[in-house]
Design a protein around this ligand. Structure first.
Ligand code: GLU
Length: 293
C-alpha cells in the first residue's frame, strides 16, 4: 500500500502562504508514492478561534489550486465521542492529573509541563487542565526526514495537556488519535510544529499507537526572520495566478521546475509529484522572503 499523507488546516482564517506550502508538500509527498493517498482534515476543535467562514474559504482556495480529497471530509468537531473513548483508554494506561498552573506561571518558568505540585493537590477538575503523566514512559527517538532526530524524553516532556481548562481536547491529543484512525503513514507539515512532535511521540507511545514518519517543511518567514506579516499571509485566489503561486512554492522547496507550457494547477501538481525530492531541502528550517519592496 502507498503512503497516506494529510493536510490538517485550522479554520481560523484564510489559507496563507505557509499553509499552502504544507498543502503542496504533503500532497506531493503522498502522491509521489505509488498508490499514495492524501487526506484533508479540518482541525476545528478550538471553537474560540474558529471563524465561521474560514472552512469554506480554505476549501475554495484548495479547489482553485487543483487539490481534490476523499469525501466525507473529517472534522475534529464531529469526533468528540472518539476522543472521550481514547481518553478512557489513556487513563487505563498512564496516570492523568488535573493541573491548575496558569499560562502566566508556565511562561514565567519557561515551561510547558506542570510547574507546581498539582499531581498531588487534587485540583478542582472544573478549573483545571487535564494532563497525562508521561514520566514512566521510555525515551523514544524517531528520524525526521528533513530535520534529523525527533526525540521524546520523559525526563523533559514529563506531562502534556490532553484536555484544556476550557474543556476543549488539546491539539496534541486529538492529532495523534486522528492520524492513527486515518492510517496516516507520513506527517508532512511546517517546521513550526516540530516542537509539538515530542509530545505527540509520548502520547503515541502511551496509547500504544504506531509512530508515523515525520517530514517538517521549511517555514516561511520575513527577511528579518520574523513571523510572516499579515499582509503577505493570505493566498487570495482571484488576485493571483494560481499556477504562478504553485511555481513559487516549488521554487521555495527547491524542487525541479515544471515546464513553462503547463498552465493547469492539477497537471502541474501531478508532474511535480513525479519529480518530488524532499532531500533537496534537507536540514532547511526556514525560507526567508525577500525584503518588502
Ligand atoms: N491544525 C494544525 C495547524 O493548522 C496542523 C496540524 C498538523 O499538521 O499536525 O497548525
Amino acid at each position: 500500500m502507498g503512503s497516506v499523507g494529510r493536510f490538517a488546516p485550522s479554520p481560523t482564517g484564510d489559507l496563507h502562504y505557509g499553509s499552502l506550502i504544507a498543502a503542496v508538500g504533503s500532497w506531493l509527498d503522498a502522491k509521489s508514492s505509488p498508490g499514495g493517498h492524501w487526506l484533508l482534515r479540518i482541525d476545528d476543535l478550538d471553537t474560540a478561534r474558529v471563524r465561521a467562514d474560514s472552512e469554506a474559504s480554505i476549501l475554495a482556495t484548495l479547489n482553485a489550486f487543483g487539490f481534490e480529497w476523499p469525501q466525507p471530509l473529517w472534522r475534529q468537531s464531529t469526533r468528540l465521542e472518539r476522543y472521550h473513548e481514547a481518553l478512557g483508554h489513556l487513563k487505563r494506561r498512564i496516570p492523568l492529573f488535573h493541573c491548575q498552573c496558569s499560562r502566566r506561571q508556565l511562561a514565567a518558568e519557561g515551561e510547558a509541563c506542570c510547574v507546581g505540585n498539582c499531581r498531588t493537590l487534587q485540583c478542582d477538575p472544573r478549573e483545571s487542565a487535564l494532563r497525562a503523566d508521561l514520566s514512566g514512559l521510555d525515551p523514544l527517538v524517531t528520524h525526521d526526514r528533513s530535520l534529523g532526530e525527533a526525540r521524546f524524553d520523559p525526563a523533559v516532556h514529563s506531562d502534556v495537556i490532553v484536555r484544556r481548562r476550557d474543556g476543549v481536547f488539546a491539539y496534541q491529543f486529538a492529532v495523534v488519535i486522528d492520524d492513527a484512525d486515518q492510517s496516516v503513514t507520513d506527517v508532512v507539515r511546517g517546521a513550526d510544529l516540530l516542537e509539538s512532535t515530542p509530545w505527540q511521540l509520548g502520547l503515541l507511545q502511551a496509547l500504544g499507537l504506531r509512530v508515523p514518519r515525520y517530514l517538517h517543511l521549511p517555514l516561511v518567514v520575513e527577511a528579518d526572520g520574523q513571523k510572516l506579516a499579515k499582509s503577505r499571509h493570505a493566498v487570495k485566489v482571484g488576485d493571483t495566478d494560481v499556477v504562478q503561486r504553485l511555481r513559487e512554492v516549488l521554487r521555495d522547496l527547491q524542487q525541479t521546475e515544471v515546464p513553462a507550457e503547463i498552465r493547469e494547477p492539477q497537471e502541474l501538481l501531478e508532474i511535480a509529484a513525479t519529480q518530488w525530492q524532499p532531500e533537496r531541502f534537507k536540514g532547511v528550517r526556514e525560507i526567508r522572503l525577500p525584503p518588502n519592496p
